[in-house]
Design a protein around this ligand. Structure first.
Ligand code: R5P
Length: 292
């Protein structure tokens, strides 16, 4: 028990040495509260400033998606290669072991499927996110969708309010509907609207032209979705160009779990995102693992 008896006199006060006062490493989040920064620093690697997120939440709108039929068999072996997993609470509880120490990006908005109108969504209870110790709250935002824009921005705004109360950052996910384009002008607008409404991280799509306009238009980190399955080298090239043009990481699903070597792709994407590997170097990593 601490007492004054035999107490060593405190004298090493470092007089003349300014107290360490480092800015937070992630763009736009320096003024966030400690708990929020702590969660963000769990998702994004403080050394590289980047993150490889593994997305397998597709079933909430698509049902048993190809590659996700048996998440226990296909996704569980990949988790250790990710910095963060993105999934629904149903899959988390059913198939992700609680021993998993990876940060969780919880699919926080849901409500309709590909069979009807996408983006007719509501959000979950914040207590649910606290209960499962979520590190990000992922909310779909459908900018330019005349039927759902207002609803999804309100979902985002409410999520930011709730997340801020408990130190959990919000991941604004820009939806791409049938009638919405994927050019830099649209993606910059959609991403910027999410950030203006308080999202601490944005997930959007890569575009072939002027993607740096998207990353520069937004004051917080952007991670890219992978989109539909591409040949492996094309997917790696997309990841490389996204990072090169200012993305802070990837939140990739189908281009990982629909690959003929999902672990090979995880390793290759990690090399690009964290180690600045070239596309050829990363592709060699993928091929080497695949041919073992
Ligand atoms: C969309 O928001 C889905 O929730 C997925 O998380 C997202 O599309 C990323 O997966 P993919 O890389 O397959 O596009």
């Amino acid at each position: 028990m601490a007492d004054n008896e035999g107490n060593i006199n405190a004298k090493d006060f470092g007089i003349g040495i300014p107290q360490v006062n480092e800015p937070f490493f992630l763009k736009g989040n320096n003024n966030a509260e400690w708990g929020m920064k702590s969660r963000l620093a769990g998702v994004f690697n403080p050394k590289s400033g980047h993150a490889v997120m593994l997305a397998f939440d597709h079933g909430y709108i698509m049902g048993p998606t190809s590659g996700l039929e048996r998440i226990d068999l296909t996704i569980r072996p990949l988790i250790e290669y990710s910095d963060c997993i993105m999934c629904t609470r149903g899959i988390l509880r059913s198939l992700v072991p609680p021993e998993c120490r990876k940060p969780i990006s919880l699919r926080f908005s849901a409500g309709s499927t590909i069979l009807t109108s996408l983006n007719e969504e509501c959000i979950q209870d914040i207590e649910e996110a606290i209960r499962i110790n979520a590190s990000l709250l992922a909310v779909m935002v459908a900018i330019g969708d005349p039927d759902h824009e207002g609803l999804t921005i309100r979902n985002l705004t409410r999520t930011v309010d709730l997340g801020t109360r408990y130190g959990i950052p919000t991941l604004g996910v820009t939806a791409v509907g049938k009638n919405l384009t994927r050019d830099a002008r649209y993606l910059a607008m959609a991403s910027r609207v999410c950030a203006e409404n308080g999202a601490q991280v944005i997930k959007t799509y890569f575009c072939e032209e002027n993607f740096e306009q998207v990353t520069n238009a937004v004051p917080v980190p952007i991670v890219i979705a992978g989109g539909k399955k591409l040949p492996e080298k094309d997917a790696l090239s997309m990841a490389w160009r996204a990072i090169d043009q200012g993305a802070a990481g990837v939140d990739m699903g189908r281009n990982i779990f629909q690959s003929d070597s999902p672990i090979g792709m995880m390793l290759a994407v990690r090399a690009i995102v964290h180690e600045n590997a070239s596309v050829d170097e990363a592709f060699a990593i993928y091929e080497e693992y695949k041919n073992r």
